[in-house]
Design a protein around this ligand. Structure first.
Ligand code: F6R
Length: 379
């Protein structure tokens, strides 16, 4: 049942290319046939989500989207906030489901859409947030993996991940599939409205290439990641830093490390480091940077130099072909170049593998970390 892998978590990391293919099946389409008058080039490559027209129209006219989720799903939601704001120009709030219900959020049923994200579809806090939003009269849309789960049944409409069952307690393929669904949704809402056609087309093409790019990351980096894991497996603390679209990935990298290896880890927006966490850095502290060559790369590079100046050990994730970080970092992991807004789907993969290998080397029960359950059905 583990398909020859030692743990479900490793199996689920490795099957991400297939999970993402399944997630896009029938949704990201390259229409075949000769280019003729019937299909313009734009129509030949597009995202078709089977959202009811009414729901799509509601998204397009929404004044605000509020996303509620917990844990890893919350991190995916944070990427979703950035995407929906940037591609669709709709204001978005991301809320911890557990907080949303217990504070006085202003909900305006005719203006706000509430979106809940849950792999299991059974998380008590997320379910409570969904019921709270429905009671207030809002349209509630779900993004779930488990077909027929309570959250999937109680929402007004939604999108399934189709990533296949996730058994390992640490969420991996659900995160990448959630971000992918959010990207497809944002593109569907934005198409012909808030992004230029050529950008739309370019991004849809990027989505279709993600599975093969993940396969490449997995096959090219495992040995190096094992080596890094061996060096840092006894660390007591670890810092994950990223900016923009990769700030949520820093949070996710830290969560994975904490939950399965029991190493204290924190994720921060890289520039916030100097407002406190920089005090923690010494020569025993591994600092993992997501430093893709995107719009904010130069700033991240100067953050790396700041850590370096305090003798921190830097591990960086960057683009293929970028050699200038080698002199500043202990280790550099190269991954394929990709558009900024979908980069979290790739940058998170080495972090999943890193926490997996460190946890195994520390003798931890990777699939069943202490004190944790796969689906948290109590508040
Ligand atoms: C982390 C993890 C948890 C879940 C959280 C929400 O690896 O698995 O943080 O993401 O409990 O679960 P779902 O998505 O099922 O609502």
């Amino acid at each position: 049942e583990k398909g020859g892998f030692k743990h479900f978590m490793l199996k689920e990391i490795m099957e991400q290319p297939v999970a993402l293919e399944n997630c896009m099946r029938g949704r990201v389409k390259q229409l075949v046939g000769p280019p003729d008058n019937q299909f313009t080039l734009l129509q030949r490559l597009q995202v078709l989500l089977s959202l009811e027209r009414e729901i799509l129209t509601s998204f397009q006219s929404a004044k605000r989207i509020i996303i509620c989720a917990c844990g890893t799903s919350w991190h995916a939601g944070l990427v979703g906030e950035y995407m929906l704001e940037s591609l669709c120009k709709i204001p978005v709030e991301i809320e911890y489901a557990s907080e949303f219900r217990y504070r006085s959020v202003v909900l305006r049923p005719d203006e706000d859409i509430v979106m809940v994200i849950s792999q299991s579809g059974e998380t008590a806090d997320t379910l409570a947030a969904l019921r709270h939003a429905k009671q207030a009269g809002c349209l509630v849309i779900g993004i779930c993996n488990t077909v027929g789960s309570t959250i999937a049944r109680e929402t007004d409409g939604g999108i399934y991940l189709h990533a296949g069952p996730e058994i390992g307690v640490a969420s991996t393929k659900a995160f990448t599939a959630q971000v992918l669904v959010l990207a497809m949704l944002a593109l569907r809402i934005a198409q012909g409205r808030t992004i230029p056609d050529d950008e739309y087309k370019m991004l849809v093409k990027e989505l279709s290439k993600l599975p093969s790019r993940i396969t490449k990351i997995l096959s090219e980096n495992e040995a190096k990641i094992c080596e890094i894991a061996k060096v840092y497996r006894y660390a007591h603390h670890c810092l994950f830093l990223g900016r923009g679209y990769n700030y949520p990935v820093a949070l996710e990298g830290a969560l994975k490390m904490k939950e399965i290896s029991y190493i204290h880890a924190e994720g921060y927006p890289a520039a916030e480091m100097k407002h406190g966490p920089i005090a923690l850095i010494d020569n025993l502290m591994p600092v993992v940077f997501i430093a893709m060559q995107d719009s904010i790369y130069d700033k991240v590079k100067s953050n790396i130099m700041e850590v370096r100046a305090r003798k921190g050990c830097v591990i960086a994730i960057t683009d293929e072909g970028n050699t200038e970080l080698e002199s500043l970092c202990e280790y550099v992991i190269h991954i394929p170049k990709v558009s900024e807004c979908v980069s979290p789907i790739l940058t998170v993969v080495p972090l999943q593998l890193l926490s997996y290998h460190i946890a195994v080397m520390r003798g931890c029960d990777v699939d069943m970390p202490r004190n944790l359950a796969k689906s948290v059905t109590t508040e």
